[in-house]
Design a protein around this ligand. Sequence first.
Ligand code: GUN
Length: 283
Amino acid sequence: MTATIIDGKAIAEQVIEKVKHRVTKLQQQGITPGLTVVLVGEDAASQTYVGSKERTSKRLGMNSTVIQKPSSISEQELLEIIQELNAAPDVHGILVQLPLPKHIDENKVLQSIDPQKDVDGFHPLNVGKLLLDQQGFIPCTPFGIIQLLDYAGISIEGKHAVIVGRSNIVGKPMGQLLLNRHATVTYTHSRTPNLKDFTTQADILIVATGQPSMITGEHIKPGAAVIDVGIHRDSDGRLSGDVAFDSAKDVAGAITPVPGGVGPMTIAMLMENTCLSAERQAE
Ligand code: GUN
């Protein structure tokens, strides 16, 4: 069997087209959705992600601002910037790119963002709302994965979803979203013994470990949907994921490629969340 490739790039374009219509509608009411990204330090991967976010929001006709600060910025200075953004009526979405330098308390910074502008969905209030299945903001990567499954026609209700990785950004909210959609959810992580015993039970396998090619065909139940959140660049500059694609595609029923799978969806959902924030503030 060869898996169906889930084309994240094409699906992200469809999401972006829908957001574009909503942005046009807001502009007719005199509102331009505004996203401000705060980037601290010179991390190369972060700079690439932020560049993509900026390009896409501009393409959609949103106001996009990047505030770039050196890694020597104090926690207090960063908190003051966020207070100003919280108070700015033309800023609908605030995103502080992670990771932050070690001398800055990440939790403190994330908690200082107005929950109504928290388009990353990382504020504890939005995390709690996700747990309670209430309206807030859903973190972009897991939100994008749900969209990928829906667009690809993969049903969630009643399925066994196994998550590999338990980060606050992906693994934990992913499990909660799938649970809210009536999947049976198993969380696994770096201290799960006999990982394969769990992953081979998955109808939907979400891999977000940060370990290149750690999931192979042997970990996968024949016909399963496999979602690869990882992105790694090898010494030749080639991109690959947490899943060994060539061995996995012969067993899975559907699989996301790297690049062109989850990555474009994360950005599309950030646009969706920013637009949603502007719509809510316009009400
Ligand atoms: N760093 C890696 N992924 C993310 C993300 O989704 N949001 C933010 N703010 N930083 C990140």
